[in-house]
Design a protein around this ligand. Structure first.
Ligand SMILES: NC(=O)C1=CN([C@@H]2O[C@H](COP(=O)(O)OP(=O)(O)OC[C@H]3O[C@@H](n4cnc5c(N)ncnc54)[C@H](OP(=O)(O)O)[C@@H]3O)[C@@H](O)[C@H]2O)C=CC1
Ligand SMILES: O=C(O)[C@@H]1CCC=N1
Length: 268
């Protein structure tokens, strides 16, 4: 991509996107506005991108503006935003809401839900565009440079997707913590415990991706009847771990919807 991209907000999500992006995109064409000195210094030192304190200091001729501040910080950012193509990565915030805040409305407005593994090129991003049912090649190339991209014509699905793949890395890390802690408690040295846990998760994910076999079939191929793994799965089933995970994800989805409702009611 030889386009000029600017980010407002230089936090976790921007750092992840930029970290993935600089592998293929010239750092000289990436600008980040963040109000924290420490974050600006970190981003500039680590990735070689240009950082500025205020949104108003971003160059005027950017091709793509990514708004990456907390949903509750979005209104003043939208009021100042100026670019033909604007992407919001804010959880819950609906485009109809944002549209009321622009003093200079973009030609193409996209709501995206990326995730932090974008930092290592394994991101997953879902996008919804206004006007509805359109897609943006520019936005698609941004997110496909850092992983996989899907487009939906149904904005409300983005709240569910937020709870699945937006939040999903945190669930994976939580499981990783549990695997590692179990190993350590049972006497495995910490460094080895981490290595066993990470490579197992990586291998399981990669195998699920590369084969036509369903996750349930892959599980049955490991959990042999009367064997070792079956004991662990039985405990998980007894404790209804799947149900707990589904309830947790529904609760995350509800929070995304609530954020959207709260920002909408503030506007009416
Ligand atoms: N973290 C994640 O895994 C994901 C996050 N998202 C979304 O991405 C967005 C950003 O999240 P994340 O990066 O985690 O949040 P962070 O809080 O880490 O980063 C936001 C940054 O923007 C700064 N900021 C806010 N307003 C302005 C402004 N007007 N001008 C300059 N800087 C500003 C904040 O400063 P200060 O700290 O002083 O407020 C902060 O440094 C959120 O809307 C979130 O919903 C989406 C997918 C995944
Ligand atoms: O937890 C959050 O609000 C953000 C959105 C998805 C992942 N992190």
């Amino acid at each position: 991509m030889n386009t000029t991209i600017a980010f407002v907000g230089g936090g976790h999500m921007t750092a992840a996107l930029v970290g993935g992006l600089v592998k293929t995109h010239p750092a000289a064409n990436i600008y980040i506005a963040d109000r924290n000195d420490g974050k600006r210094t970190h981003l500039h030192t680590k990735f070689g991108v240009t950082t500025v304190t205020a949104q108003a200091d971003l160059p005027a001729n950017i091709d793509l503006l990514v708004l990456s501040v907390k949903p509750t910080d979005m209104q003043p950012v939208c009021e100042q935003a100026q670019a033909a193509t604007i992407v919001s990565v804010a959880a819950g915030l609906r485009l109809a809401n944002m549209e009321q805040w622009f003093s200079s409305p973009p030609t193409m407005l996209v709501r995206a839900m990326p995730n932090t593994p974008a930092a290592v090129g394994y991101g997953m991003t879902a996008c919804y565009a206004r006007p509805p049912a359109t897609t943006s090649t520019l936005v698609n190339s941004l997110f496909s440079a850092v992983g996989d991209v899907v487009w939906t014509e149904n904005e409300s699905l983005l709240d569910t997707i937020t709870a699945i793949s937006g939040s999903g890395p945190a669930y994976i890390y939580y499981f990783l913590e549990a695997l590692e802690e179990a190993a350590i408690v049972m006497g495995i040295p910490p460094q080895m415990a981490r290595r066993l846990a990470i490579q197992t998760l990586r291998g399981g994910g990669e195998m699920a991706r590369l084969t036509e076999t369903t996750p349930a079939e892959l599980r049955h191929a490991v959990a042999l009847k009367g064997g070792v793994t079956e004991r662990a799965i039985n405990v998980m089933e007894e404790k209804q771990l799947k149900k707990i995970i589904k309830t947790a994800i529904q609760s995350a989805r509800t929070r995304a919807q609530q954020i959207g409702d709260e920002l909408q009611s503030k506007d009416n």
